[in-house]
Design a protein around this ligand. Structure first.
Ligand code: SME
Length: 150
């Protein structure tokens, strides 16, 4: 994983002359294609002032979990904790919403605008324990760039 190349490509996407939705979709497609252990990439955003997340752009298999209440699953927990959540093995989690038997691990990083948690990037992997601090750093960078779009 060449973080410099990935970060530069992300900058090109966010600085391009396109809609936010197009940029987010391009980021999802790009990450899923370029990073082998990323099997599903999506953005969830808070639904106004409601305590729920709505799935926006994503790459990978469609999921029925397009609305996630705060506190539910890994995503819902991050909406409340405001902290990164790395799950090396989803089978060890009680509060987890399954998106299919193939998914073995997950990483969720919150997006902050003016200190407020507005949403998150969510990555699922078919591998057990694939995520390192390199992924965390890259995704924090991406969330920082995405936050500038809002
Ligand atoms: N696994 C997530 C649900 C969303 S999917 O991964 C697309 C969770 O537990 O919150």
């Amino acid at each position: 994983m060449n973080t410099t190349i990935l970060k530069n490509a992300i900058l090109d996407i966010v600085e391009s002359n396109n809609t936010i939705s197009y940029k987010l979709q391009t980021i999802c497609d790009y990450l899923k294609t370029e990073i082998e252990h990323y099997d599903w990439v999506g953005f969830y955003f808070r639904n106004g002032e409601k305590e729920e997340l709505i799935l926006k752009e994503f790459a990978g298999e469609p999921t029925e979990h397009v609305v996630i209440p705060f506190g539910k699953g890994i995503c819902g927990q991050v909406a409340v904790s405001n902290k990164n959540f790395i799950v090396p093995d989803v089978s060890a989690q009680d509060n987890y919403i399954s998106c299919g038997w193939k998914i073995k691990s997950e990483i969720v990083i919150p997006i902050f605008v003016n200190g407020k948690n507005i949403g998150q990037i969510d990555i699922d992997s078919h591998l057990v324990n694939p995520f390192t601090s390199e992924d965390e750093q890259l995704l924090e960078f991406i969330c920082g760039e995405v936050s500038k779009l809002y």
